[in-house]
Structure formats: C-alpha cells, structure tokens
Design a protein around this ligand. Structure first.
Ligand SMILES: Nc1nc2c(c(=O)[nH]1)N[C@H]1C(S)=C(S)[C@@H](COP(=O)(O)O)O[C@H]1N2
Ligand SMILES: [Mo]
Length: 200
C-alpha cells in the first residue's frame, strides 16, 4: 500500500515526467564511488547533530521503531537514466527534523555515509515531504548495493543528493559541499533544469 504518490512532483518543475536528456530504464543500475560498505546491526548508529535543540542518536532497532510511510517515487541519475515508480518505505526527513527541533540559524544540511560519501542540501529542499530515509524498496529490506540498510531518496533532485548507507545528518548555518559537489557536479541538481555540472 502506497501512502503517498510523489510521481507528479515534476509538474512543479517541468512539462514532462521524464526530465530533459534522461532515458527511462526498467533496470536499477548501481552507482557507487567505491565498494558497498559492510555494516553491523549491533553497532550501527544514526546521529543527528549541529544546529538542533536535541542532538539525536538511534540504534538500528530504535530507528526501525520510528513511524514510517511508503511512497511511490521516480529516481533520476545525473548520468542520464531514470527509473519510475519505485516504492520506498522509510522515515521522512521532516519527522526527524521535528524530533531534533531545528534551530533558526540552520539553513543547510550535510549527510554522511558509511563509505565516506557526503552530500549537502539546503534545509528547505530536505523538508519536502518526499525526502525519505528509506529502509525498504518494494516491501523488502533495501538491497545493500542500493544503500541498505538506510539511504536518503530525493526524487525532486538528481540521485547523488541521496546518500546511500547514511548514518549521520548535520544541520549547519553555513553550507559545506559534499563528495560530488566538490568534484564538479551541480550544487543544486534540479533534473528539469538539467543542473548536472557546477558552473562555479
Ligand atoms: N554513500 C553513497 N551514496 C551515494 C553514492 C555513493 O557513491 N555513496 N552515489 C550516488 C549516486 S552518484 C547515485 S546516481 C545514486 C545511485 O543509487 P543506486 O546505486 O541505488 O542506483 O546514489 C548516490 N548516493
Ligand atoms: Mo549519479
């Protein structure tokens, strides 16, 4: 059962569900900067730090006990493929932000992952309903190559804005660039504007 269908969010940005320069695929390619990291259920920890009232820390069991929803989402990779109608189940970014109590001077977010990957977003982009910490794909535990046990999904942006194997969220008053954002990819990453590469 899908709680929220987000596949019409493109109407806010462009005319077509398939962003310009993308081709649709039924496969789900894997794009990782390095090997799939291993993780241990007993020591896995998810932390929320920085400009918040309450810094948070969740064990694997605690994170799984948070309220979850299932969303139907499209997925757009900056290398040119899009996969429609993925069903991700997880915890909304918004609900984590509410639990942490984001302070007024927080305007940016940095995500960190088990493979050393980082990615940054403006806070208002993260607070959209469709930004999820996803635990499941199609009702099954998220496959490890796709970011299991936990990844971020950002269907309104190219998928490099969604950290696979995510374990930490830091709220910041000043922006910090992530892995691809310091290597020539766009800081803003809107697929309907074809924001693929950094112009600065
Ligand atoms: N931790 C981590 N997250 C990551 C990446 C990565 O290398 N490490 N690659 C990014 C890129 S470039 C893309 S397109 C998507 C790919 O997700 P997929 O492998 O599930 O298709 O994950 C993003 N998140
Ligand atoms: Mo990518």
């Amino acid at each position: 059962m899908v709680d929220r269908d987000t596949t019409s969010i493109y109407e806010e940005f462009g005319e077509n569900r398939l962003p310009p320069g993308q081709r649709r695929t039924e496969r789900f390619p894997v794009l990782s900067k390095s090997a799939t990291p291993s993780w241990n259920m007993d020591t896995w920890e998810f932390t929320v730090t920085g400009a918040v009232e309450n810094e948070l820390s969740y064990s694997w069991d605690e994170f799984n006990a948070l309220p979850q929803e299932t969303q139907r989402q499209d997925f757009h990779c900056v290398t040119g493929w899009s996969r429609f109608d993925n069903e991700f189940t997880g915890v909304t970014f918004l609900s984590i932000a509410e639990r942490a109590g984001v302070l007024d001077d927080a305007e940016h977010v940095l995500f960190r992952a088990l493979d050393g990957y980082t990615t940054n977003l403006p806070l208002d982009e993260c607070l959209r309903d469709e930004v999820l910490f996803a635990l499941e794909l199609e009702g099954q535990p998220l496959p490890s190559e796709h970011g299991g046990p936990l990844r971020v999904v950002t269907p309104q942006l190219y998928a490099y804005k969604g950290a696979k194997w995510v374990t930490s969220v830091e709220f910041l008053s000043e922006p910090k660039r992530g892995y691809w954002e310091t290597r020539g990819y766009s800081n803003t990453a809107n697929p309907w504007e074809e924001e693929r590469y950094s112009t600065l």
